[in-house]
Design a protein around this ligand. Structure first.
Ligand code: CA
Length: 251
């Protein structure tokens, strides 16, 4: 089949379980909002060990600024920040349609407080003091839920795609992607930090099994890169020598 014919045909949907959900949380950006330096350092160190890219905010203002400018895959929010309740801040984020999962951590353990936390827009509520293993497990569960193949929106670092609207954004900028570029981006966003080979892309995105000698992948990656990165932006798709590509978010 000529390549161009193939590409101009409506592409079969890839969401129906075709892409295995790899448990790849490597370099996944997490925003930790915690005013106690020791606690922030301890949690940050643990999560970094697990491969997360952790950014710490100590105040509501810092957290709001960070959430707006560097959307993370998940936010961990301490309930009390410098003596102030952080729930109103979560409500502000939700009003701004910032949808990243929020894990509220708090010493306020009553059922009423937990309900308040969830109603304010928290997705989970963990009581302090907590075990690091439990924190890690809950983060994974939240990420799995939010990057579930049934989820309508995928967010990785500054990238956000809506699988129903078929729209894609980098930060505040709407990306004008062709269907193949959209599928390519979705594929990469489901595997942040993983090496993606040309063979994987040919087989999974284009459904080629017999490996034609083609520069198809490189051509489309090139086009996608030019749409993702404006001058001054950190390039998001990196080339991995002799292997392929990697979606790299975080530093
Ligand atoms: Ca606190």
């Amino acid at each position: 089949m000529p390549v161009l014919d193939h590409l101009t045909k409506p592409q079969q949907d890839l969401r129906n379980g075709e892409i295995p959900m790899a448990a790849a949380f490597h370099n996944v950006p997490v925003l930790l909002v915690e005013d106690e330096p020791d606690m922030a350092a301890e949690v940050s160190e643990e999560l970094t060990k697990l491969g997360y890219h952790v950014r710490v905010a100590e105040t509501e203002a810092e957290a709001l600024a960070a959430a707006r400018s560097h959307p993370a895959a998940l936010m961990i929010v301490d309930r009390m920040l410098k003596g102030r309740d952080s729930l109103p801040m979560i409500e502000i984020l939700r009003k701004e349609s910032i949808k990243m999962p929020v894990l509220v951590v708090s010493a306020l353990a009553s059922v009423d407080e937990r309900i308040r936390g969830l109603k304010a827009g928290g997705d989970d509520y963990l009581i302090k003091p907590f075990d690091m293993g439990e924190l890690a497990a809950r983060i994974e569960a939240l990420l799995r839920r939010s990057n579930d193949s049934r989820a309508a929106v995928l967010q990785v670092g500054p990238l956000r795609i809506d699988l129903i609207e078929r729209s894609a954004m980098r930060g505040e900028r709407l990306l004008d992607l062709l269907p193949t570029e959209f599928k390519l981006l979705e594929y990469l966003m489901r595997r942040p930090g993983q090496v993606i080979t040309r063979t994987m892309l040919l087989e999974d995105v284009w459904h080629y099994r017999n490996m034609p000698q083609t520069n198809l992948v490189d051509v489309h990656i090139g086009k996608l890169r030019r749409k993702l990165d404006m001058a001054g932006d950190t390039p998001l798709i990196r080339s991995v020598r002799r292997s392929g590509f990697m979606l790299h978010v975080g530093d």
